[in-house]
Design a protein around this ligand. Sequence first.
Ligand SMILES: Cc1cc2nc3c(=O)[nH]c(=O)nc-3n(C[C@H](O)[C@H](O)[C@H](O)COP(=O)(O)OP(=O)(O)OC[C@H]3O[C@@H](n4cnc5c(N)ncnc54)[C@H](O)[C@@H]3O)c2cc1C
Length: 457
Amino acid sequence: MKQQQHVLIAGAGLAGSLLAIYLAKQGFKVSLFERRPDMRTVDISAGRSINLALSTRGIHALRETGVLDEIMEYALPMKGRLMHSVGSELTFQPYGRTEDEVIYSISRGGLNISLMNAAEGYENVSLYFNKRGTDVDPERGELQVTDEVTGAVETHSGDVIIGTDGAGSAVRSAYFSKLRFNYSQDYLEHGYKELTIPPAEGGGFRIREDVLHIWPRHSYMLIALPNADGSFTCTLFFPYEGEASFAALDNEKKVTAFFKEQFPDAVPHMPTLAKDFFDNPTGSLATVRCSPWDMGGKALILGDASHAIVPFFGQGMNCAFEDCTVLNDLINEHGSDWAKVFPLFTESRKPNADAIADMALDNFIEMRDKTADEAFLLRKELEKKLEERFPKRFVPKYSMVTFHRIPYAIAQQRGKIQNTILEDLADGIDEADDVDWNRAEMLITNRLTELQDDIIQ
Ligand SMILES: Cc1cc2nc3c(=O)[nH]c(=O)nc-3n(C[C@H](O)[C@H](O)[C@H](O)COP(=O)(O)OP(=O)(O)OC[C@H]3O[C@@H](n4cnc5c(N)ncnc54)[C@H](O)[C@@H]3O)c2cc1C
């Protein structure tokens, strides 16, 4: 009986809190253990970035769990990329084809709090803070937890254990000794640093607030996403070593001079730049791939715990939320037959997680290197025109990933085919309107199948 099943979740971050709501709605008893103090009562950083881009997959999950309306109250729509050149020229490139194809800048802390509040609104959900998951005994259904305040070690029993404890997952660590577990972790040579553009004096935004700002500089880039209080969180993605690198910028004078040279139109809006640069930590970026994600029907990892990816497609959280949707769908189909549900989950999600991990790595090169490039802008224009004419067949890769719930693996595969079409069609033209439409139709119908209605929404 569903009601009698008890699910233990380690990690009340974004995925864990959302999953608790899905499972509570299914009628399970849910205990959620979080390593950190309760961020609703203690002022702590919510984690890996201050704000995030929310898109269709995440929105779908938030709608299904009934929390979307509250979250949309503090979400800020971003219509496209606004590229800033070294000479401070601006180029706007819309993300979507229609007005409603936008992404949303959202506060990570605000979102996490909304999700925890919603989870706690169910009487069958209990949240425990300062409780760090340390080990799993899948056979006995036990999660070992250490109290971060007292140091006491506790053992909690349930029917199944789910690890949503992020990129450094302790639940995942327990898999090594218990399974033939495949694992890889690949660091980028770039780290990231968060910086701030404060609100304008007297309130409001200092720069355009309805876009994602990018200062692409080939081997590195600066981006800025708006916050509801009028500020922007800027993130510098920058090499650790080399001529232009964190190692090279070792004092405030060098930081200010470098920013003035490379990001001249941002600097006047960053009064605390040099201080922030040294006060704020440098975060590392890695891709984690592993398998299997399930220990038969006893334990499961999802979200960053099973597939941490680099942030350049804005999909880590969206993918983690989609994990929760897929798990919920499998429970709808098979109930609490975990021995069926968990392996089916790994089977269905792993290829998609691998695909978005690859696409996120590719998108770093696109964002920092190509967004300012004429040929790239022509291809983007062409993509839009092709989608207008052939909406069931040609959907730009960015749109497949961001504005649809087309499985990531399919988006990746079709994206590669579409690239060959774009290369053929863009060859020898300077304007998207000069494209040979007969050839376009021939290439598209020959190389791309029609997308089914259920997959394209
Ligand atoms: C710079 C940056 C920018 C990003 N931008 C975007 C974006 O724009 N869009 C997007 O979709 N994604 C983005 N991401 C990715 C996104 O942050 C992650 O994919 C998302 O947070 C994953 O959610 P999660 O719940 O799996 O993990 P987390 O959000 O990391 O949550 C894990 C939780 O588990 C807790 N925990 C850890 N260890 C334990 C333990 N042993 N026991 C109990 N609790 C534990 C942590 O305290 C935390 O609360 C970005 C990431 C970075 C680094």
